[in-house]
Design a protein around this ligand. Structure first.
Ligand code: C2G
Length: 157
């Protein structure tokens, strides 16, 4: 049973997260993920949209993930690797070299990141939506609902 372990915030779960988890899972028989707690996120200078509990629930629902646990600090990785008897520690290549010190107790790998998507970029794009655009969107949705109701009524006659 080859165990792979990784860590992250995984806020606003997106295809970049899915792909790294899929690639890591393919390296072994089970994948265990340390999800950064809200308090650790603060230390990392991040404020996630979803709470730890929500992010843990989302990541654990991913088909490539077997177990999740809280990541409280930078220093716990060595103990976690020993506790879970992890054979491979992996991260996206934006962390290249940062965790090589763990190579005495497991294989350390850095896999290709998915370019052009990030939680930060998603938040930035959403923040650019103006109230007027939201109003227009709301109006369009209402119009679509009215059209659908007419179609439904005409088909139910
Ligand atoms: N990732 C990726 N492609 C993206 C975005 C993220 O492959 N477009 C990968 C990252 O390389 C990382 C994982 O997804 O391996 C989680 O990324 P984040 O949620 O941003 O986590 P991070 O802030 O990197 O926290 O102790 C380690 C830290 O907890 C890592």
């Amino acid at each position: 049973m080859k165990t792979v372990i990784t860590y992250g915030t995984f806020d606003l779960f997106h295809v970049g997260h899915v792909r790294i988890l899929k690639r890591l899972r393919a390296l072994g028989d089970r994948l265990i993920v340390g999800i950064s707690s809200d308090e650790f996120n603060a230390i990392k200078g991040k404020k996630s949209f979803f709470s730890y509990a929500e992010r843990a629930e989302i990541v654990s629902s991913c088909q490539y993930v077997d177990e999740v646990f809280p990541e409280h600090n930078w220093e716990q990785k060595r103990a976690d690797i020993l506790k879970y008897q992890a054979d491979i520690f992996g991260m996206g290549h934006d962390w290249q070299g940062k965790f090589d010190d763990l190579s005495d107790i497991c294989q350390v790998v850095y896999l290709e990141r998915t370019e052009d998507i990030s939680t930060t970029e998603i938040k930035r794009s959403l923040s650019l939506i103006t109230p007027e655009q939201l109003h227009e969107l709301e109006h369009s949705v209402h119009s679509m609902v009215e059209v659908m109701n007419v179609i439904l009524k005409s088909t139910n006659r």
